[in-house]
Design a protein around this ligand. Sequence first.
Ligand code: ARG
Length: 287
Amino acid sequence: MTVVDTHARLPTGIARTPRDRHYLMCPPAHFEVAYAINPWMDVANLVDVDRARQQWEVLRDTYLRLGHRVDLIDPLPGQPDMVFAANGALVIGGRAYGAMFRFPERAAEGGAYAAWLSAQGYRVHEPRRTNEGEGDFLALGSMILAGTGFRTSLEAHIELAEALDRPVVSLELVDPRFYHLDVAIAVLDDGNGTAPADIAYFPGAFSRHSRRTLRDLFPDALLCDEEDARVLGLNAVSDGHHVVLPAAATSLAASLRRRGYTPVPVVLDEFLKAGGSVKCCTMEMHR
Ligand code: ARG
């Protein structure tokens, strides 16, 4: 019998080592599906608010149990999607590029997140171009993967590159179910520790040209199938070793284990009613 030691080095010599993270979350006090701005949302599909609150608390407690820092921002009444903190900005090393939401329903969130970040001492670059923060921007090593097609504009990719002074790789999303980059790609290792950058993605979410870009940049990436992508399995948060992901993404979890990660499944199905899951509820303050 073979015993799988998830802390062991992979045959390649790569060790999956966790690094301490700093997250921002927003309690779901006003969470509901009050409008429909993505194909997951149906105002007739009522949210069980107590269940949503419990699921969100389990997610926060999971991060704390893994040793990470979780800050909280006060939710604004009338902003039911503010729980999706990832959309509030992209923060790297004391600097932030603020969000400018695509739909008027969420417009007020941009200022709320920017104000919170400024008060915490982050230098916030005020955006002029439509972008939804970490929903479409994924920090990876020295670069940023940036999605466009549904929410964030291509012009914002250029503005971001200038604001945070980093190379930006533009990727085009083509399937409305995967309207944000963070539901089409999961960053498994950000490449800032000892292991190389590592991602998982669902090829079907991207244009032909962007699939080619991803193949060229990440020839060894973990490819996620449609079944796992459809339960938002890629909307995951990794510390380089533990990958917190939606519990329904069972074969993705098995693949992660084989790759040396420890999957940490959480149930967030109340948030799926709004088209969000683990990563959507989490802004990372990248160092
Ligand atoms: N209902 C929200 C919207 O459509 C969900 C946002 C999900 N957030 C994310 N980072 N993918 O804007």
